[in-house]
Design a binder for this molecule. Structure first.
Ligand SMILES: [Fe+2]
Ligand SMILES: [Fe+2]
Length: 428
């Protein structure tokens, strides 16, 4: 081969093979995700990423009133390094928004802008809200459709519930928390939903994996921008927010995985007690990953139960949403381990099932369950809807088939579950 062509070939190898930026990221914004770090009626937080060639970012936004000029908010940028390389993450919180108003926005800068997306601010006077809850979405990051089941679940859920105001993942979003490939696939699957539906996730044990020693869910913390009102050392992992008639408290159940940080339960118990004491909403929900009322044949979470349940039940949290067991299960209203007859007497614990690929064959209905289904056939999601004094929780298969329909009415202190009676349970 002539020397010129050898030199040209070597040059091409050097140029094309040179490390540039983390796989997936480019100068064009992606992973555009909404969340709240402050009041849902007057603020919205937007997070996105680019490669490291971009160092500044802006959110341009406007409401539907053409008389109001378009506004811009500068983003805070920081580098984020994974096993795939370094990217740049941006976050901006839009403030002073008009309540109950639809906004259009785009993110980026210069010649690199995202598509235009929309969101609607909360109506602080509303008595109604609907939101979606997803069980563990952890899946394989390889193959022709990585995290494809999660993609179908979240897209089907939002298409069937375009009036949902936010979504919650109850932990184990990915199978290996410190793995860039898993998050690439997870965010790619979320694209088309997370730009218009605020994402308020919960940390699970798998978010701590892939980083020996610390147990800290580092990738999760870097990529989600969440309320910083939790206890010291656990901010972003533990937080709360209020949307109209609903207060949501998010906890971290991973004492075993995060033991390098010391005792994470005691500060959460103190924080939760103060948070729920201050909350005056008609409905209160809590979210954490490891369920106190398990459905596995060989696994329970007694330390989680001992830490959180007394505080949750003392404040009469209406429903606790959990993950970890990958099955769909609802309990009686529980108080101090006993099943109660009426909703006002206890807290219902609801395991959300699975929104991704992982299943367990050894799930079983336990004495405390009034509904149980092992979703081996297809993934599922929950639709939670508050309308004034009534609450509805639906468990729905990925294809839309209704599995569970649970209703509570605070005016009558009745639930619609007529099949089961607490006399069948006893204490545990
Ligand atoms: Fe899981
Ligand atoms: Fe888990």
């Amino acid at each position: 081969m002539p020397r010129f062509f050898v030199a040209l070939l070597l040059l091409l190898v050097v140029v094309l093979g040179a490390p540039t930026y983390a796989a997936g990221a480019s100068a064009s914004p992606d992973h555009v995700t909404l969340s709240w770090t402050a009041d849902p009626a007057t603020t919205m937080t937007v997070t996105w990423r680019t490669d490291t060639s971009v160092t500044t970012g802006t959110v341009e936004f406007s409401n539907s009133d053409a008389r109001v000029p378009k506004a811009a908010a500068a983003a805070v940028a920081h580098d984020f390094t994974t096993d795939l390389g370094t990217v740049c993450l941006f976050t901006a919180t839009l403030t002073g928004l008009t309540a109950h108003t639809r906004y259009t926005y785009r993110v980026g800068g210069g010649a690199q802008w995202s598509d235009a997306h929309t969101f609607t601010t909360a109506d602080p006077r509303t008595h109604d809200v609907k939101f979606l809850v997803f069980g563990d979405s952890q899946s394989s990051p390889t193959g022709t459709a990585p995290y494809g089941l999660w993609r179908t679940t979240v897209h089907n859920a939002y298409a069937a519930n375009p009036d949902a105001r936010f979504m919650v993942n109850v932990g184990d979003l990915v199978d290996t928390g410190q793995s860039g490939a898993h998050w690439e696939a997870w965010f790619a699957a979320l694209a088309g939903v997370g730009e218009s539906l605020p994402v308020m996730p919960v940390v699970g044990n798998h978010e701590t994996y892939g980083q020996p020693g610390s147990g800290k869910p580092s990738y999760w913390l870097a990529q989600f921008t969440l309320p910083q009102n939790g206890p010291a050392g656990l901010k972003g992992q533990v937080y709360s927010y209020t949307y109209g008639p609903v207060h949501c408290a998010v906890l971290d159940s991973q004492q075993d995985e995060e033991k390098a940080a010391g005792d994470i339960f005691t500060p959460q118990k103190r924080w939760l007690d103060a948070d729920l004491t201050a909350s005056k909403t008609p409905w209160t929900f809590a979210f954490f990953h490891k369920t106190p009322y398990d459905i596995k044949a060989d696994r329970a979470n007694p330390t989680v139960k001992a830490a959180f349940c007394p505080v949750l039940e003392q404040h009469h949290v209406d429903i606790v949403f959990n993950g970890h067991d990958h099955g769909i299960a609802r309990t009686f209203p529980m108080h101090d381990g006993a099943a109660m007859a009426r909703p006002a007497q206890g807290t219902v614990y609801y395991i959300a099932g699975r929104s991704g690929g992982k299943t367990y064959a050894d799930l079983q209905k336990k004495p405390w369950n009034t509904f149980f289904y092992n979703p081996l056939d297809q993934p599922d999601y929950l639709v939670v809807e508050v309308k004034g004094q009534t609450l509805t929780v639906k468990a729905v298969k990925q294809d839309g088939t209704l599995l569970d329909l649970y209703r509570e009415d605070k005016t009558t202190d009745r639930s619609t579950d007529s099949q089961a009676t607490p006399a069948a349970v006893g204490t545990n």
